[in-house]
Write a protein that binds this ligand. Structure first.
Ligand SMILES: C[S@@+](CC[C@H](N)C(=O)[O-])C[C@H]1O[C@@H](n2cnc3c(N)ncnc32)[C@H](O)[C@@H]1O
Length: 440
């Protein structure tokens, strides 16, 4: 049953992809009640999408005659994904796939059996023949990265972005790190505020309901960790509760919860009611306090401006491929010019309408593309609205786990290969708005 659901879902998903329609893996497995069956179906679908490039290349090599289509192609893709890229027992994969093939058409059993056994037998040589990055990563993403990071780094980064994502949690009280490393059976990450956990069923992990931690990729925690240092420098001797922060494009709220747990007076802005509902549940569960406002941030003008702004701008999300393998197939032809122009416009709008004179703003995107961070920083340099705060200064360089992500131009950049076990790609920079900082 879970395999049949996965194969049918894959047939549907590939159909959606060819017609540029949105889809969700979670929605496809919604009717499976048993949790381990649901996890199996989800795993088959995600693995097939993550390895789509390699699987297509293998099918091309193994099925020389005729182009497979529809449910048969989905069945082959799912079977090869399980055999080559999961540790699901091989006999189970082949038996169940052949059973399913016969159900579709009794004459298909032999063919599916032959292709799957062949892929299993030739696994090592097939995989050696295929350049994983080349067949998986859209060429425009590869080219954009090579231009900035060079071939070697690009290759490492993109290869790491094809690995399944780790699960990291941020602790509400980092003082309790040792306790949570034991409790969650994880390892402490270098910020000493996040734990990388083994479990994949986070809802069953200890203290989920108590809200002592929330899920947040390590890289996504870094903007707030960096910003905290800059805030201390610009607002010395002022308590966090007296510093107002606007978290623009805040949902589902990972950074808002970080800011709130540090005691800042936070208001989160987002235009997605659905994502804000999830965020409000998160805030309630973690007993962290922040106001939320549902609005189009391009139109909204807050009555009072803020001391600090965090702007996590909507972007290509190419930094989160590990978490969303389907994006390898959906992000074929994004219009980056429009996307980047919107980000730049949002940066200027946030500086003008949300931030007090002299206040500081952190701009970031969960993107691997330099267009969405480094190039925006470059374009902003010399702006009438504010000046870039160079992070390569002693006040911000006391922790090696952060400085390793600072760029020579004074912004920050993470790439997926930069820590063991991987991380999302993030990039950004900090600006001080022109004008006199209002003393509190
Ligand atoms: C990168 S996600 C934010 C992630 C969030 N900062 C966190 O750490 O959990 C971008 C968010 O921007 C929101 N968004 C996109 N366009 C917007 C707009 N015009 N006004 C307000 N929010 C917008 C989306 O709903 C989405 O939640």
């Amino acid at each position: 049953m879970p395999r049949e659901t996965a194969v049918k879902a894959l047939q549907h998903i590939y159909n959606c992809l060819s017609q540029d329609e949105p889809f969700s893996i979670e929605y496809q497995v919604r009717n499976i009640e048993n949790l381990s069956d649901k996890a199996l179906a989800r795993n088959i679908i995600a693995t097939t999408l993550r390895h789509n490039g390699e699987i297509n290349a293998i099918i091309k090599i193994l099925c020389k005659q005729g182009k497979q289509q529809g449910i048969v192609l989905a069945l082959l893709r799912a079977g090869i994904a399980q055999l080559l890229f999961t540790d699901i027992a091989e006999y189970a994969v082949i038996n169940e796939s052949v059973k399913l093939a016969k159900k579709i058409n009794p004459r298909l059993g032999g063919f599916v059996n032959g292709v799957l056994r062949n892929s299993q037998r030739k696994k090592v040589e097939l995989l050696a023949e295929i350049d994983r990055v080349k067949v998986s990563i859209p060429k425009w993403i590869y080219n954009a990265c090579v231009n900035k990071y060079g071939k070697e780094t690009t290759y490492k980064a993109l290869e790491a972005s094809l690995q399944p994502a780790s699960i990291d949690v941020t602790l509400k009280n980092p003082q309790d790190m040792e306790k949570y490393v034991d409790l969650l059976e994880g390892v402490a990450l270098p910020s000493n505020r996040s734990v990388r956990v083994k479990s994949t069923n986070v809802y069953n992990m200890p203290e989920y309901e108590d809200g002592t931690w929330w899920i947040q990729d390590f890289s996504a925690t870094l903007p707030v960790n960096i910003m905290e240092k800059v805030i201390k420098e610009y607002y010395p001797n002022i308590q966090n509760k007296d510093i107002s922060v606007a978290d623009i494009c805040c949902a589902p709220g990972g950074k808002t919860m970080q800011l709130a747990s540090l005691g800042f007076d936070v208001v989160g802005f987002d235009n997605s009611e659905y994502r804000l509902d999830i965020m409000n549940e998160n805030l309630q569960r973690t007993k962290t306090e922040a106001k939320t406002v549902c609005c189009d941030v391009f139109i909204h003008q807050p009555k009072e401006k803020f001391d600090v702004v965090l702007l996590d701008a909507p972007c290509s999300a190419t930094g989160t491929i590990r978490r969303h393998p389907e994006s390898l197939l959906t992000k074929k032809n994004l219009d980056m010019e429009i996307m980047v122009a919107r980000q730049y416009k949002l940066l200027k709008y946030a500086l003008k309408h949300y931030l007090k004179p002299g206040g500081i703003l952190l701009f970031c995107t969960c993107s691997i593309l330099p267009e969405e961070a480094e190039y925006i920083q470059k374009r902003f340099t010399g702006s009438m609205l504010g000046k870039i705060i160079n992070l390569n200064q002693p006040a911000y360089c006391d922790e090696e786990y952060l400085t390793k992500y600072y760029t020579p131009e004074g912004g920050f950049r993470t790439l997926p290969h930069m820590i063991d076990g991987g991380m999302d790609a993030f990039g950004g920079f900090i600006v001080q708005k022109h004008g006199n900082l209002q003393k509190k």
